[in-house]
Every structure is written in structure tokens, then in C-alpha cells.
Design a protein around this ligand. Structure first.
Ligand code: GLY
Length: 258
């Protein structure tokens, strides 16, 4: 890749309260905080290996899910949007986000009540954005965001969701026209134009991979997905995400990239 996709990332250290993060998989147990910190360190090193300057924000103990910083903003090439998370326990995570983004962007939009939008529902494909209409992102939030995109020369479209947390829980754009999709999205007409890499049910968690410049970061333990991406000529970095997975967090959730 001659021109890097991204040069910067923002992450937030996991809080001790992470053990109380929202989860739809209680059967996986509670995260081990010390292991989560080590996994987070490895994540930061991986982003640096991809060529990003990483800004690490301090933990916010009052917000168990706050390490999933992707959900509080959407960073594009031309502007940033402060989102409006749908869950009460996450809504306070946006405090201070405007001041933070103002260090990087002159143009900052925001989602207003009654709209809700979480960054995990926004998938960037060049100048086009897909917005999952999930339990976290409502039609009003998506419409506000798409209008903000249109005002800056981007396009956006809503995607009806299967019962999946966020859009990027179930699909990830790998650049070069390649879309990683789990079975829930396999027949979506919105995605028919892409070269699709179908993710087997047993590896569904790896539908959330992260393309950053010349690398794709893949959660370890998903050899089928990693092999499929390597067969397409992509260089992979595998990271153990076990502790974040326990609270429904994937690779993309842990950073804002721009
Ligand atoms: N635990 C991540 C979320 O539910 O937003």
C-alpha cells in the first residue's frame, strides 16, 4: 500500500471495572483484568507495527466498556462524529470526546437525541459508509450520520441487521474489494458486489478483523480466516483477544483509526 490508510489511532486502557462489561456471552466467564491489560499492550504494539502513532487514553473506571473506544466516535478523512451510545452504562463515555477530537479535526459533528449510533455499526469502504441498523444504532442516528456524510461528499446507506451486536461484529472490509462476512450476512444484497470471504460458524468471532495499512490483525485461534486472508496475499498479525471477547469486544472495537 503506497499511501497509508491510517497514520494515527486512539485507544483507551481497560478499566478494572471491565469485569462488569456488557456481555451476551456470560458462559465465557468474566475477563481477567491483568490478562486483558497484557492483551491490550499487545494490541497497541500491533497497531504501532502497522505504522500508527497510538495515543493511549487513561482508563475510566466508571465505565466498564470504555476501552471499546470505537463506539464513541467515527473518524473519517474529512470530519469526525461524536456518537450517541444507546446503552445507559455507555452513554457517559462521550464526555471529553469533543475536546479530544478537536486536537485532530477542525470539523466535528455529533449525533443528537433521539438518534443513537455506535461506531461499531459503521463500516468504511473508501468514501462509502455502511451503517448497521442494530439494537444500538437507530434509524434516526443512522439518518443523522448519513446526512453528515453527504454534506462532506461521502455516501452512506443503512443495513438491516441480523441479531448481531454491531455491523462489524459480523463483517469487516479488508480493502481491495474484499469483505469478510459471517453467515448472517452471507446473502445480503448490499454486499454482493464484494469479493466475499465467508467465515465459518465455528470462527464467527473472526468476522471482526482489522485491516490497517499493509496488515490484517486477526484474533488468534481462527486458522480458517487467517489462512483465507493470507491466500489473498494479506499479511496477518494474530492477537489473543480472549478477555475482550468475554464482553463482546472485537479487534476493531478497541481503537479509533484515522
Ligand atoms: N460490551 C460491549 C458493548 O456491549 O458495547
Amino acid at each position: 500500500m503506497t499511501q497509508p490508510m491510517f497514520t494515527k489511532a486512539i485507544v483507551r486502557r481497560p478499566a478494572r471495572s471491565l469485569v462488569h462489561g456488557i456481555t451476551t456471552h456470560p458462559e465465557l466467564g468474566r475477563p481477567d483484568y491483568d490478562l486483558a491489560l497484557r492483551q491490550h499492550d499487545a494490541y497497541v504494539r500491533a497497531l504501532e507495527r502497522c505504522g500508527l502513532a497510538v495515543r493511549v487514553l487513561p482508563a475510566l473506571e466508571e465505565f466498564p466498556d470504555s476501552c471499546f473506544v470505537e463506539d464513541v466516535a467515527v473518524c473519517t478523512k474529512r470530519f469526525a462524529t461524536i456518537t450517541r451510545p444507546a446503552t445507559v452504562s455507555r452513554s457517559g463515555e462521550i464526555a471529553g470526546v469533543r475536546a479530544l477530537l478537536a486536537e485532530y479535526y477542525d470539523d466535528i459533528d455529533e449525533i443528537r437525541e433521539p438518534g443513537t449510533l455506535e461506531g461499531g455499526d459503521v463500516m468504511m469502504v473508501g468514501d462509502e459508509f455502511f451503517v448497521g441498523l442494530s439494537s444500538r444504532t437507530n434509524a434516526e442516528g443512522a439518518a443523522q450520520f448519513i446526512a453528515a456524510l453527504n454534506r462532506r461528499g461521502f455516501s452512506g446507506r443503512g443495513v438491516t441487521m441480523p441479531p448481531t451486536l454491531h455491523l462489524k461484529t459480523g463483517c469487516s472490509y479488508m480493502e481491495d474489494d474484499v469483505l469478510l462476512v459471517d453467515r448472517a450476512f452471507a446473502s445480503y444484497p448490499e454486499f454482493s458486489r464484494f469479493k466475499r470471504v465467508d467465515v465459518a460458524l465455528a470462527e464467527a468471532y473472526a468476522a471482526n478483523c482489522l485491516r490497517v495499512n499493509d496488515y490484517v490483525i486477526v484474533p488468534s485461534g481462527h486458522p480458517g480466516v487467517a489462512a483465507s486472508l493470507r491466500e489473498l496475499g494479506m499479511e496477518t498479525i494474530e492477537l489473543d483477544m480472549s478477555e475482550f471477547r468475554k464482553i463482546d469486544g472485537g479487534l476493531s472495537c478497541l481503537s479509533l483509526r484515522f
